[in-house]
Design a protein around this ligand. Sequence first.
Ligand code: FE
Ligand code: FE
Ligand code: ZN
Length: 279
Amino acid sequence: MFKIGCHLSASKGFMHMGEEILSLGGNTFQYFSRNPRGGAVKSLDMEDVEAFNSFAKEKEIPCILCHAPYTLNPCSKDEKTRDFAYRAMTEDLERMDLTPGNMYNFHPGSHVGQGVEAGIELIVAHLDKVMRDDMKTTVLLETMAGKGSEVGSRFEEIAEIIEKTALGEKLGVCLDTCHVYDAGYDIVNDLDGVLGEFDKVIGLNRLKAIHLNDSKNPFESHKDRHEKIGEGSIGLEAIERIINHHALRDIPFYLETPNELPGYKKEIEMLKSMSGSSK
Ligand code: FE
Ligand code: FE
Ligand code: ZN
């Protein structure tokens, strides 16, 4: 089954997102765990959560993806910011135990002048505090564009974090097509080469989700500006090769393109027809 969905607003709860993604023609979705700019969370509506858990089973929604807030920076040099990252992610992972078997994606963070190695040490220390042996969620590190002092724009950095984390065996990776292209991995002209490199450095068995975005900027620009599918520097042909690549067949794809719901619906329809599984 071709697993495709988009980013949805969580403000009306899980059931609303579940119905919404089906109405858009998708079968999975991403949502923010809380306001993406940070802050406190609303208490969960357990009726909604339980209704969604059975709805997801019944409608064969395979696995959903929760995205941490952008303000979460586990490798900030500011202790208060690191402490927010610790508290927010701990709380998010506790809440996610109520919708077991799903995925939680976060940006490794920005080292803000401390250097990549110091950044990696802080991220590992963070993961060692927030990950639990009995967690029911797979935590994913997102591949980054390398804007500013972002950690995680090289596969080696992601691999090092996984290796050094005590419960690293439980970690996965979310590959963002806009980010990796911006970071200098040429998925347009050498998709096999990039996936081969990913496999060699991290291991394709770690790849659990794909953020499917075109890019507003040229190759290796380190900018991180998403574009609509087919309208950016990655282009439709490369996207078609990505969604149909044999190594990526079972991985869910999430659109984070600059769209409102009708735009997402169009992109989902187009991608489904390109994937040859429109039925
Ligand atoms: Fe992200
Ligand atoms: Fe992304
Ligand atoms: Zn991005």
